[in-house]
Design a protein around this ligand. Structure first.
Ligand code: AMP
Ligand code: TRP
Length: 343
């Protein structure tokens, strides 16, 4: 096999981690540890593409790290670190800024959404965000990236950058001894019943850290009463739950809650409907509350314990960065040779 199988993924330290991050990303990070060498990164360089309060940013970096550990990621067997401690991320991103084309970045929907109407006033970093993301992944020549569905386009761009780099520099890559190209064409790992968790207030919008209504999301740090009240207030429709998955069509709120239940209990939407189909939402919501509290309660408690002691978290991040840097420096050395820099 040409490329060593390796998993990389990142989460931004920007505000509250929620059920979408947990089900769409973090639970899958945990599962992949059994079969791959994994790197999980708190992407603080990405966070500052929009304004972050410095005190809040530090808190949030530690909170995301705590969530990784509390959810079951093992920072000794795998690598957990924050991006800004490994300078090679920014270094490779610059090279990729010179590989990626303006036309490619112009198509990125996340930039359009985040920049909004006032595009002239968005940071240059927000625009170049996808080439930094490609650098995160390719610095470790990662072959697999677990993410939620919203990141699909960025991963396609990562493959385009890898491909163009491999083509543009083919002679010097071959000379450096990499017969199969230097960067792998990374596979996204997107899927499961909760690849896209929707807002509890509007089943057509994704659950998001930036939604002004806290009722729209379940935060990993929410206590049992808060979880219960958010699920009780979650928007539904007047019909009973269907018995077959086809009956969820055109009922985004029902589909979302069923998907959340399926993901939290490790089953599928049809299996959930086989149990709750034909019943009222109130019965289903009571079961969902019990399930969510049982799954998320212990994680929230462990996160609070870890965040209370930054010394432990900061040591984990430093150790992870030291180990990540070993791989990163090696890749960057090859990149410099391939591009033609003197070193
Ligand atoms: P972010 O908080 O934007 O850095 O996202 C971290 C990870 O969570 C990424 O893999 C996202 O794709 C995933 N994610 C974020 N929001 C959702 C959601 N509503 N449903 C599923 N996955 C999500
Ligand atoms: N852009 C991702 C998000 O918003 C975060 C991210 C940054 C990432 N670098 C990455 C995800 C590398 C996977 C791999 O969710």
């Amino acid at each position: 096999m040409a490329f060593q199988q390796r998993v990389f993924s990142g989460v931004q330290p920007t505000g509250n981690l929620h059920l979408g991050n947990y089900l769409g990303a973090i639970t899958r990070f945990v599962e992949l540890q059994a079969n791959y060498d994994c790197l999980y990164c708190v992407v603080d360089l990405h966070a500052i593409t929009v304004w972050q309060d410095p005190v809040e940013l530090k808190r949030s970096i530690r909170e995301v790290t705590a969530a990784f550990i509390a959810a079951g990621i093992d920072p000794k067997r795998h690598i957990v670190f924050n991006q800004s401690q490994v300078a090679e991320h920014a270094e490779l991103a610059w090279v990729f800024n010179c590989v990626a084309r303006l036309g490619w970045l112009n198509r990125m929907t996340q930039f359009k959404e985040k920049a909004g109407k006032d595009r002239e006033n968005a940071s240059v970093g927000l625009y170049a965000y996808p080439s930094l993301m490609a650098a995160d992944i390719l610095l470790y020549r990662a072959t697999h990236v677990p993410v939620g569905e919203d990141q699909k386009q960025h991963l396609e761009l990562t493959r385009d950058i890898a491909q163009k780099f491999n083509n543009d520099f083919a002679p010097s890559i071959a000379e450096a001894g990499f017969a199969e190209g230097f960067f792998p064409l990374t596979e996204p790992l997107i899927g499961g019943p909760a690849a896209r968790v929707m807002s509890l207030r509007d089943g057509t919008k994704k659950m998001s850290k930036s939604d002004p209504s806290d009722l729209s999301r379940i935060n990993l740090a929410d206590d049992a009463d808060t979880i219960a009240s958010k699920v009780r207030k979650a928007k539904t429709d007047p019909e009973p739950l269907p018995s077959e998955a086809e009956g969820l069509a055109g009922r985004p709120e029902a589909e979302n809650l069923v998907g959340i239940y399926a993901a939290l209990s490790g089953t599928t939407k049809p299996a959930v409907l086989a149990e709750f189909g034909g019943g009222q939402f109130s019965t289903f919501k009571a079961a969902l509350i019990d399930l969510a509290v049982a799954k998320l309660g212990p994680i929230g408690a462990e996160m609070k314990r870890l965040v209370a002691d930054p010394v432990e978290i900061d040591a984990i991040l430093r150790d992870g960065a030291d180990r990540a840097r070993v791989i990163a420096t090696e890749t960057m050395g090859h990149v410099k040779d391939i591009v033609g820099f003197v070193r």
